[in-house]
Design a protein around this ligand. Structure first.
Ligand SMILES: C[S@@+](CC[C@H](N)C(=O)[O-])C[C@H]1O[C@@H](n2cnc3c(N)ncnc32)[C@H](O)[C@@H]1O
Length: 418
C-alpha cells in the first residue's frame, strides 16, 4: 500500500470516485468529483484516508453504517449516501444516457422516477455465528467482513423496524460457523425469511427453532435451504389482482413502488395487444397484471417461479388465459414461429441482458415491445439490435429502484410500424 493525494475527476460506473494518475485510473470509494483526497492504494484500488478539499455536493450520510467511518465498518449496501440528492439523481439518469450514447441511440430520457428511503422490500443480508450470538449485516465494501447493522434507512419499516426479529430468527436457525445468507422479503402477510447455508438442523434444534420463531408475530414464513421450517401465514405479494406466494429467496423486484411504476408503463404500452408474451417472466410480475386485459404466455427458466406464477393465475378470478413454458432463453431464444402468435411482448432479463433473444425479436413482426432492465449497458446493446431490425424506440424511462447504489432500472418502449 502506498499513500498519496489525488484529485477526483468523476464517478465511475460503480459509484467510486475516479482519479486519473500517471499509472492509470484509481477508484476511491466514498469520494465525489472535484474533491482532493488522501488515499492508501494498491494498484487501481484505493482506500479513502481523508477528504482534504470537499465537494460542495458532499452531504452528511443519513445512515450511521455508511462510509469509511461507518459504525461497525463501511457497510457495502450503499455507495452514494454522501452525494447531494439532486446531483445523485442526475448521475443515475446519466448512467442510462451514457449507455444509450455508446450504442449511438439518440433519445431524450423521461425524467428519472426517484426512490425515497424506506422503499426497499427485499434485503439480502449475511449472518455469521460468533461465540455469543449471530451478527447480521451486509458485507463491507470490497471485503468479506460483515458489518452488523442496527438500522437500514433504505428498507421498508416492516424490515428496518424488525431487524432484531430477523436476527432472532437467524440465531435460532444458525448452527455452523460458516457465513450464511438471509434473504428477507416484506410481504402483505409478514416477513418471508429464506436462510441458505451449509447447515443441518438436527431434530431437537429444529423444534427449538420452530418454537422460537412461532413466538415472533411478524413472521409469515421461514425457509432453510428452500424447505419450509415454519409458515404461520402464507406469504403473499400482490401483482395486480393476483396474490402470489413468492419462491423462498427467489427473485422479486426490490421495491414494490418501483415495480408499480414499471408495471404501469409496460401495461399502458401493451394495452392494445391481443396476445402477449412475457419473457424472463419470473413469478409473473408483468404477466399476471397483463393478463387482466389479454392472454399471456410466460417464458422463464426457473421452474419454481413458473409454479408460483401458475398457481396464482389459477387462483385469480377474471384473468385472461395464462400459459407458461420453461425455457433457457440464453441458449434457446424464442424464434420466428414461436414469436408469430404475439402482437405484444415484454422482456426483463437478468443483468447479462437478452442478446440472443433480442436478435430474434429484431426479425419478428411483433407490434409492441417493452424492454425492462437493471443494466443500462446490456439494455442499450439489446435495443440496438431491435432498432437495427426496424423497431422505433418511443421512450426510455429510468427508475431509481436501488437507492444510493450504482444500479438503475430502465423501461424502454418500442413499436414496429405496420
Ligand atoms: C430481472 S428478473 C425478472 C423477473 C420478472 N420479470 C420480474 O419482474 O419479477 C430476470 C428473470 O430471468 C430469469 N432467467 C435468468 N436466466 C434465464 C434464462 N437463461 N432463460 C430464461 N429465464 C432466465 C430469472 O429466473 C428471473 O426470473
Amino acid at each position: 500500500m502506498s499513500a498519496e493525494t489525488v484529485d477526483i475527476r468523476e464517478l465511475g460506473a460503480q459509484g467510486d470516485g475516479v482519479a486519473h494518475t500517471e499509472t492509470g485510473p484509481v477508484f476511491v470509494p466514498f469520494t465525489l468529483p472535484g474533491e482532493t483526497v488522501s488515499i492508501a492504494r494498491e494498484k487501481a484500488k484505493a482506500t479513502l484516508m481523508a477528504v482534504k478539499s470537499a465537494s460542495p455536493l458532499r452531504v452528511e450520510p443519513p445512515c450511521p453504517h455508511f462510509g469509511p467511518d461507518g459504525e461497525g465498518g463501511a457497510c457495502g449496501g450503499c455507495s452514494l449516501q454522501h452525494y447531494d440528492m439532486a446531483a445523485y439523481r442526475d448521475w443515475k439518469a446519466d448512467l442510462v444516457r451514457q449507455a444509450l450514447a455508446e450504442q449511438k441511440i439518440d433519445i431524450p430520457l423521461e425524467p428519472l422516477i426517484a426512490a425515497q428511503p424506506g422503499e426497499r422490500r427485499r434485503l439480502v443480508l449475511t449472518g455469521l455465528r460468533t461465540d455469543r450470538s449471530v451478527i447480521l449485516g451486509f458485507a463491507a465494501a470490497r471485503s468479506h467482513q460483515i458489518v452488523p447493522i442496527r438500522v437500514c434507512p433504505i428498507a421498508v419499516p416492516a424490515i428496518s423496524q424488525r431487524l432484531d426479529t430477523i436476527r432472532r430468527v437467524a440465531t435460532a436457525v444458525a448452527t455452523g460457523t460458516a457465513a450464511f445468507r438471509v434473504s428477507v422479503l416484506a410481504t402483505v402477510s409478514g416477513l418471508d425469511i429464506a436462510i441458505t447455508a451449509p447447515m443441518k438442523l438436527q431434530d431437537r434444534r429444529r423444534l427449538l427453532a420452530i418454537e422460537t420463531i412461532l413466538g415472533l408475530s411478524e413472521i409469515a414464513r421461514v425457509t432453510v435451504d428452500g424447505e419450509v421450517l415454519v409458515e404461520p401465514r402464507r406469504p403473499i405479494i400482490q401483482f395486480g389482482k393476483a396474490s402470489v406466494t413468492p419462491v423462498p429467496g427467489g427473485f422479486v423486484q426490490a421495491s414494490a413502488i418501483a415495480e408499480g411504476h414499471m408495471a404501469q408503463i409496460v401495461s399502458a404500452h401493451l394495452k392494445p395487444s391481443k396476445r402477449i408474451a412475457d419473457l424472463f417472466a419470473g413469478s409473473g410480475t408483468f404477466a399476471l397484471r397483463l393478463a387482466e386485459s389479454a392472454p399471456v404466455h410466460a417464458v422463464e427458466n426457473d421452474k419454481l417461479a413458473l409454479a408460483a406464477l401458475d398457481a396464482a393465475a389459477r387462483a385469480t378470478q377474471g384473468l385472461r388465459p395464462v400459459t407458461h413454458q420453461k425455457q433457457d432463453l440464453f441458449r434457446s431464444p424464442l424464434m420466428g414461429m414461436d414469436l408469430k402468435p404475439f402482437d405484444g411482448l415484454v422482456f426483463d432479463p437478468p443483468r447479462a441482458g437478452a442478446e440472443a433473444q433480442s436478435r430474434e425479436l429484431a426479425r419478428s413482426s411483433i407490434r409492441r415491445i417493452a424492454a425492462v432492465s437493471c443494466n443500462p449497458t446490456t439494455l442499450a446493446r439489446d435495443l440496438r439490435f431491435l432498432i437495427d431490425g426496424g423497431y422505433k424506440l418511443l421512450s426510455v424511462q429510468p427508475i431509481d429502484q436501488f437507492l444510493w447504489s450504482p444500479h438503475v432500472e430502465a423501461v424502454a418502449l418500442l413499436e414496429r410500424k405496420g
